[in-house]
Design a protein around this ligand. Structure first.
Ligand SMILES: *Cc1c(COP(=O)(O)O)cnc(C)c1O
Length: 392
């Protein structure tokens, strides 16, 4: 297939069976738990919707094509996709996982996988020497997030893949922040790509969904077995909604990314802002590596204010963004990692990882960037006033 990804976003879901049957431009929602079998001793492609559903199959085919894989899998949440992928491991196996990891993944690895005898070591994945030092003879997976959450740390994907291959381990990568539009990890040798499709792929803050993609058939069979055995599949209606979201990914993300660049530059020059974390800034320690493996900096950034009081005042005065958990929606989303996405990480661990009480994460939506900048300006002015009053 030679067409560009912008085209595939539109055509992938309806190519093949679907349009040939009726000409419908959208995939039908097959609300059927079971499927009538014509023959006594040979079944059709679908028998029961946990094992396979035509609407979900259209979505799974779409994400596989977009990521350059062969098999796609849709789950009821991003965490369900991540947990199901880990189900291919067994007791006695070990994983090396990035310290800068989504809070729910941290919780699953530290409090669930350990119950089943799968051990883990956290490592700083911005440093390949640290990753290598954490590898053991029983290490089966190196788990990457890049850009990571919430400090946008960058991992050298090809570097980690080389380490994994040298030690007979697989590489899993959470590609939620980039989407296949900006970063295609399978092309760089990653084995399993994971998504919280709740975020940019869905794009409208309406559904919770997860995806996994593999290129290797045997690994695909293992993930399929985990999906069917664990049963955390995405329903047909949500599969439809996600397919529709994916169609507008390019238009949405291009717009949000352009605004994110302007906002990052603005924050970088603001007196109240101590740090800006955005891979598009030259000052970001992972800037060069990110530019090598992804085509854009994306639409998520984080920034650090001096303390909790100023942060609170800023959040109380900002008007346009919603103040909420999550990211990747058409609306800008301001979050407070310490009590939201990373609340599952104990305070001490969190601070070691740089998730302090002054850190805010911002996911840029589709509002006019000038309105967002004006809103930041008035909220900073109000927060600053408070510090001046407070100092008297
Ligand atoms: C949100 C998120 C997840 C978890 O996905 P859910 O859909 O909320 O289960 C995993 N990884 C990253 C990077 C996320 O942002």
């Amino acid at each position: 297939m030679n067409e560009k990804i912008e085209t595939s976003l539109i055509t992938a879901s309806t190519r093949g069976d679907y349009e040939q049957k009726t000409g419908a431009v959208n995939v039908p929602i097959y609300l059927s738990s079971t499927f009538d079998q014509e023959h006594f001793d040979s079944f059709g492609p679908y028998d029961y919707s946990r094992s396979g559903n035509p609407t979900r199959a259209a979505l799974e085919k779409t994400i596989a094509e977009l990521e350059g894989g062969t098999r796609g899998f849709a789950f009821s949440s991003g965490i369900a996709a991540i947990a199901s992928a880990f189900m291919i491991l067994k007791a006695g196996d070990h994983i090396v996982i990035t310290s800068e990891v989504y809070g729910g993944t941290f919780r699953f690895v530290t409090q669930m996988l350990t119950k089943f005898g799968v051990e883990h070591t956290f490592a700083d994945f911005t440093d390949l020497t640290a990753v290598e030092a954490a590898i053991r003879p029983n290490t089966k997976v190196l788990y990457v997030e890049t850009p990571a959450n919430p400090l946008l740390g960058i991992t050298d994907i090809e570097g980690v893949v080389a380490l994994a291959k040298a030690h007979g381990a697989l590489t899993f990568l959470d590609n939620t922040f980039m989407t296949p539009l900006y970063q295609r990890p399978l092309d760089l040798g990653v084995d399993v790509v994971l998504h919280s499709a709740t975020k940019f792929l869905g794009g409208h803050s309406d559904i919770i969904a997860g995806l996994a993609v593999t290129k290797n058939e045997e690994l695909g069979d293992q993930i399929y077995f985990a999906q069917n055995s664990f049963g955390a599949i995405l329903g047909a209606q949500d599969s439809f909604i996600l397919i529709q979201g994916i169609k507008t990914l390019h238009a949405r993300l291009t717009q949000s990314t352009a605004s994110a660049k302007k906002i990052a530059a603005y924050l970088d020059g603001h007196e109240l802002v101590e740090e800006v974390h955005f891979p598009g800034l030259k000052s970001h320690p992972g800037h060069a590596i990110h530019a090598k493996q992804a085509t854009s900096a994306g639409a998520v950034l984080s920034f650090k204010l001096p303390n909790r009081e100023i942060t609170k005042a800023f959040v109380e005065h900002i008007q346009i963004p919603i103040f909420a958990v999550s990211l990747g929606g058409v609306e800008s989303i301001l979050s407070y990692p310490a009590t939201m996405s990373h609340a599952a990480i104990p305070k001490e661990e969190r601070e070691k990882r740089g998730i302090t009480d002054g850190l805010l994460r911002f996911s840029v939506g589709l509002e006019h960037v000038d309105d967002l900048l004006a809103d930041f300006e008035q909220a900073f002015a109000a927060a600053k006033e408070l510090t001046v009053v407070g100092n008297k």
